[in-house]
Design a protein around this ligand. Structure first.
Ligand code: GLY
Ligand code: MN
Ligand code: MN
Length: 496
């Protein structure tokens, strides 16, 4: 507790120093300024609008900043907007933020307010009350709105209007003749390549997530509930300095191991099952994404081992393709080939290239009945972050992404998935004899990689070979590891 008189002196000094501090850009200010300049270069004359996320409607729910707004500003408080006026090759950026409100701060805690945002970001800042009138004026003079939003991964109902769409409707009504150009993809493309700061944040998120996996490997035993593992994981995240989970933790045992984004996490884990744990700590907004598959009782059965080995080999095949300049499709094709061949060897398909009748006269690959998702995605401010290869098809430097093959033997393949048609009869009969043996085995192995000028780096170095996992699981467990200063404190000093 500091003495009040010293506080007053410090406050006076701060006021005196504020202009000097404000004028002196920090490294991070420079980084965000550079991101905005890169984005705006070449967009032509217009008014760029990026809305931050709104305050949650219930004031006790946690807030999550819009990734696009976060990327361009670094500001993580609600109800704000970034406006950039691009004219004749110059760009002027202004933040619109909630004015300070001591009455609201009783509930929310201190908020930055206009002056502090200007000081912290190095941008002009105004009250968000001025946003609509300011846009009115700007757009009347230059009726070209350049909008940046965050794409949705889930289909939206046709009648659904996002906040941005409603906002644009309002502006169109107020400024007739305004044109709207969506520049979301342009920012996505930019976000696909990561700065050194972004990679440093991601590295820390990945290290923390690895600790949680190792903790779980030591703790798991039959009879635990999935929620106990989830609690241990998220305790390890926060305890080591993570902001939160980057996505809902997936702890799926038995049949739940075959549901890709299962997150109810409320089933008791039985002896002899596999447990798929797909988790990611978020550090300064950047999310890791690592999956390990464990035998509940510490030893993989021969059938689990067979499937695990195929998945691990598929991952290794993809890893061998990794280098700057390689085609991302080669990474995918090489791991698909391993999975297709492995499933054929087990008899779960009729051959690596075999197909079945999947409806409406179409034929689909049989191996896709067991491997229904993509191999890789970018990681960053979102767990499914844009990646440079999405746009170019080629692996490039300063990128961060996952490699995550899987095999999932869902119990309802014959009941709900493979149509009962004459063309499928032979394959259905073959599967009927094998399904009792393999059903409910789910295996995913997911790791995180950086590609930089220095080469390829496997960053999520959590044990993943069968003998390593079984060895760790055999060791006695005496409760959660303490917070690791080497992991947390040293890092906080080194990273801006
Ligand atoms: N955790 C979601 C994914 O692996 O893509
Ligand atoms: Mn993933
Ligand atoms: Mn994942």
């Amino acid at each position: 507790m500091t003495h009040p008189a010293i506080c007053r002196l410090a406050a006076t000094l701060l006021v005196l120093l504020a202009p000097a501090l404000g004028a002196q850009a920090t490294d991070l200010q420079a980084e965000y300024r550079q991101r905005r300049a890169t984005f705006a270069a070449g967009v032509g004359d217009g008014v760029v609008l990026v809305l931050g996320a709104r305050e949650p409607e219930k004031d006790y729910l946690s807030f999550f900043q819009s990734p696009s707004f976060h990327y361009l500003t670094g500001f993580r408080e609600p109800n704000s907007a970034l406006v950039m006026v691009s004219r004749g090759g110059t760009v002027e950026a202004t933040m619109f933020v909630p004015p300070r409100s001591p009455a609201n701060e009783v509930w929310t805690g201190a908020r930055a307010g206009v002056d502090e945002v200007a000081r912290r970001t190095g941008m002009a800042a105004r009250s968000n009350v001025a946003l609509i009138p300011t846009l009115d004026t700007l757009l009347r003079a230059m009726p070209r709105l350049l909008l940046v939003t965050d794409p949705s991964e889930s289909p939206r109902p046709t009648w659904f209007r996002t906040v941005e769409q409603l906002f644009v409707d309002t502006l169109r009504a107020r400024v007739p003749g305004v044109t709207v150009t969506d520049l979301t993809q342009r920012l996505q493309r930019q976000r696909g390549t990561k700065s050194a700061t972004e990679l440093a944040y991601l590295r820390q998120a990945i290290l923390i997530t690895g600790r949680a996996h190792e903790e779980m490997m030591r703790a798991l035993e039959p009879g635990m509930n999935e929620f106990e593992l989830q609690a241990l994981i998220e305790y390890t995240f926060r305890r080591n300095g993570a902001d939160r989970e980057g996505f809902a933790s997936i702890v799926g045992s038995g049949p739940n191991a075959t549901t890709l984004h299962y997150n109810a996490n409320d089933r008791f884990i039985q002896d002899g099952e596999t447990v798929v744990t797909d988790i990611g700590a978020s550090y300064r907004g950047y999310s890791a994404d690592i999956t390990r598959t464990l035998p509940a009782n510490g030893r993989f059965s021969p059938d689990q081992r067979a499937i695990y080995t195929i998945v691990r080999d598929a991952q290794a095949a993809a890893e061998r393709q990794l280098k700057v300049g390689a085609r991302a499709a080669d990474m995918v094709d090489s791991s698909n080939a391993v999975i297709a061949a492995g499933l054929a060897r087990l008899g779960l398909t009729e051959g690596p290239d075999a197909t079945y009748e999947c409806g409406q006269g179409q034929r689909c690959a049989q191996y896709r009945l067991f491997y229904m998702h993509g191999l890789s995605h970018g990681i960053g401010l979102e767990v499914h972050d844009p990646e440079a290869y999405y746009f170019s098809g080629v692996i490039t430097a300063n990128t961060a992404f996952t490699i995550e093959p899987g095999i999932y033997v869902r119990a309802n393949l014959l009941d709900d998935v493979i149509p009962n048609t004459p063309a499928n009869a032979a394959y259905r009969a073959k599967l009927a004899s094998l399904l009792p043996r393999y059903r409910n085995i789910g295996v995913r192995i997911e790791d995180d990689y950086f590609i930089t000028e220095r080469g390829v780096e496997w960053v999520s170095r959590v044990p993943r070979e069968i003998d390593e996992i079984e060895r760790i699981m055999r060791a006695p467990y005496n409760g959660p590891a303490r917070r690791d200063p080497a992991l947390v404190d040293a890092y906080r000093r080194d990273v801006p």
